[in-house]
Design a protein around this ligand. Sequence first.
Ligand code: DOR
Ligand code: ZN
Length: 344
Amino acid sequence: MTTQLSITTPDDWHLHLRDGNALNTTVPFSAKQFQRAIVMPNLAQAITNTDRALAYRQRILDAAPEGNSFQPLMVLYLTDDTSVVDIKQASESKHIVAAKLYPAGATTNSSNGVTNITRLAPIFNAMQTDGILLLVHAEVVDSNVDIFDREQVFIDKHLCAIRRDFPQLRIVLEHATTQQGIQFVEESNNTAATLTPQHLLFNRNDLLVSGIRPHNYCLPVLKRETHRQALVKAATSGSPKFFLGTDSAPHATQAKETNCGCAGCFTAHAAIELYTEVFEKEDALDKLEGFCSFYGADFYGLPRNKSTITLIKKQWSAPEHYSFGEQTLTPFRQETPLSWKLQT
Ligand code: DOR
Ligand code: ZN
């Protein structure tokens, strides 16, 4: 039995850090285990241009622990008003590597997202030319489409066309949750997907059986077990098209345990440990390093990290809450002890 494991320091290719005082909680959690992170731009005031991205980057760096070399990689938030000049400017900064497509209304702070994807053609063209990756929240928002089908419908209705029309554009299907998402990525060139701990560990029963569990509610919503199995198979397959992206998305405990709770699981307190559990269960610990530390960097065209982290097989439990400014933050899957611990 493996009881200690060293891997190249991983990166998180999909992370929500929020802003202001929240950064003092969120940044240290990610910085203790990840070298780099793709920082999502869906702040209350969205990161829609280079100036905002660079100012936000500095606020994140200011919240990193002394002596830590955590590197935030910034992302532009696409809107109906994004211009080719916005893309050009972003591509001239080495700190901005991607742009995120949120269909308007799909998730947290997405009201300024895109309402008409076909009108973004000149933007996708500029991104393709300038080497800016397209990160996609792949869910339609039509009220007549069942919430469990929204990813598949988005792929059929929009993603296939973008893939066909911009063949050199690198696309990441963020937080893939379905068998159809996995298949689309496998069959498409220049296309990859991030996979979250919650979608690898849980299915929709974990959200809805024996009581509703607000801390397991995220978007895209957890799917049925057959989909979870397809994600686990992809993650542990050794395919470089699938890599780590936590989608750790902190919301205060009160904002989740309420009448209309926010979507998002906070996993950054133990992200690498949660992924390690998934790979151990599949007897695929030999595939963990590629998924966590190599394939994302390769797809983004960035160097692999040089340092390492060590994980020890050891049971521990996360606290019921972490403090989060004046409020608290409930960690994902708090009720079950973790079986690996990052050595610090
Ligand atoms: O569950 C989610 N939370 N999904 C998203 O797409 C956004 C995120 C957030 O920002 O809270
Ligand atoms: Zn996200």
